[in-house]
Design a protein. Structure first.
Length: 481
């Protein structure tokens, strides 16, 4: 009999879910929302090892109720700033005689100070490591990508878009000093093309025509990335990605030209809504010496040139930026933020430089200045947790607040919305305008909280059968909370 295994995220402290964009916006009404409604890691595990049960952002009472069902293993997937809540969940599980071992995974499990609270720690993507507990063997080259469907919302709860998330590679080998991924998974490996085609086909069958590629570094495997782009073009998908500027700059012209290709399925001309729509870029800082200090391996002017090229085509731009480097002063940050705001990005994420466990940055800052903060909640990139030589914590947080107001003012979402509609008309005429309207309609009709998680059928050679039959790819699995 297979073991009973429950994997869960952190419990919810409030009815409101974490909002990716809201963490970087200061306007209550004139802003976009991107709520975190699912755990990508747990969905991958459930897709590839269907025997496990998963819970995603349960209430405390829901979590306690599931514990009473009795489990051989309860596993926790969490981030560093969720550590205190997870330890509460661990303590509750330890009091239950119905619960056996406790496991930990995801980036939060990298923290050495808490690892002794668990019976087993998983570092990296865990399908391959968990599978033997169920007498399964999963090779990383056989991983099945689950459907991951999310939406863009507004303060008025009028959804603006529906899109499928896709990971084409997992891991990153660049080795930036501030990033935990070199410890989590420093050898990026591609998700099989066959698996990606299956999930793209699923999205298309469910009238989801937008794909957001969430790789930490799309293009890390160049040939594989080229295959992915061709596949997205074949299915007529609108898509965007996160990638390094040096890779993007070489590809933008080519990808824009692809938007005007005839549809390979219908043979119609290029007046259609499909193709590359924009990118997210790690700007990190506008001073080259600081990029060099964190081992970013990119030039500031190269990054800015890539942003200008994206904007010249009317494409979307998301930028990630950091303040609070050891040489930063308040005056210098204010000057840099004016330049950053002048880029007029669609979304700008600004973080305070934060040392994370098992990174080079953690070791360097601990040795030079000391890390004073013991509250893991504040390791959320929005608080100063170390002894900065020039700026105290309260002042740094005030600088962050003013910086976010500067780069993401009340006109930003209006400007972005205008760009989206104008670009749809530019590339596809009235067809593009109707497509945007259909995205809005579909997003507001779609059930984002089904009783059972949406998963693909498992088994060999399913893609050809699915294409010929046109049947749904969903599998009737046991319900997960």
């Amino acid at each position: 009999m297979p073991p009973k295994v429950l994997f869960t995220t952190v419990y919810k402290n409030s009815p409101e879910l974490y909002d990716y964009i809201g963490a970087n916006a200061r306007s209550k009404w004139l802003r976009f929302y991107w709520p975190r409604i699912q755990s990508f890691g747990l969905r991958f595990l459930k897709q590839n090892i269907p025997e496990i049960e998963i819970m995603e952002y349960p209430t405390w009472d829901e979590y306690l109720k599931r514990l009473n069902e009795g489990w051989d293993v309860v596993g926790f997937s969490f981030y560093l700033n969720e550590t205190h809540e997870i330890l509460d969940m661990v303590e509750a599980a330890r009091t239950k005689k119905e619960v056996g071992e406790l496991w930990a995974g995801n980036y939060g499990a990298l923290t050495p100070e808490i690892q002794d609270r668990f019976d087993k720690i998983f570092v990296g993507y865990a399908e391959e490591a968990v599978a033997p507990y169920f007498d399964r063997k999963i090779d990383k080259n056989d991983v099945i990508h689950p459907p991951l469907i999310e939406y863009l919302d507004t303060a008025f709860h009028k959804k603006l878009n529906i899109y499928g998330i896709m990971f084409t590679t997992r891991g990153c080998g660049v080795g930036c000093k501030f990033c935990q991924t070199p410890r989590f998974c420093n050898h990026p490996h591609p998700v099989p093309i066959e698996s990606l085609e299956r999930v793209i086909a699923y999205y298309k069958e469910h009238d989801i025509n937008v794909v957001v590629i969430e790789d930490e570094n799309f293009g890390a495997r160049r040939k594989h990335a080229d295959q992915v782009v061709e596949l997205l073009d074949e299915y007529g998908m609108v898509w965007g990605c996160m990638a390094r500027a040096d890779y993007l700059r070489k590809k933008i012209d080519e990808w824009v030209e692809m938007r005007m290709r005839p549809d390979p399925r219908s043979g119609t001309d290029g007046r259609q809504m499909k193709g590359f729509a924009g990118a997210a870029i790690g700007i990190e800082n506008l001073h080259q010496e600081r990029l060099d200090a964190i081992n970013k391996r990119e030039g500031t002017e190269d990054v800015l040139e890539t942003i200008r090229l994206l904007q010249s085509y009317g494409l979307g731009t998301v930028g990630y930026y950091m303040i609070g480097f050891e040489d930063d002063t308040k005056k210098e940050i204010e000057t840099d933020i004016k330049q950053l705001a002048g880029l007029k990005l669609d979304i700008t994420q600004i973080c305070i430089l934060t040392p994370l466990p098992q990174t080079v940055l953690w070791d360097e800052i601990e040795e030079r200045y000391g890390i004073f903060e013991k509250d893991w909640h504040k390791f959320d990139m929005k608080h100063l947790v170390w002894n900065h030589p020039n700026i105290p914590p309260e002042e740094m947080e005030d600088i962050l607040d003013k910086s976010l107001r500067k780069v993401y003012n009340r006109l930003t979402p209006i400007r972005t919305s205008f760009r989206v509609w104008a670009n749809a008309y530019r590339f596809a005429g009235l067809v593009g305008v109707r497509a945007i309207k259909s995205y809005i309609t579909r997003a507001n009709e779609f059930d984002f909280r089904p009783e059972k998680p949406r998963l693909l059928e498992t088994g060999p050679h399913l893609l050809d059968d699915e294409k010929s039959s046109g049947e749904t790819l969903e599998k009737d699995l046991q319900p997960a909370v």
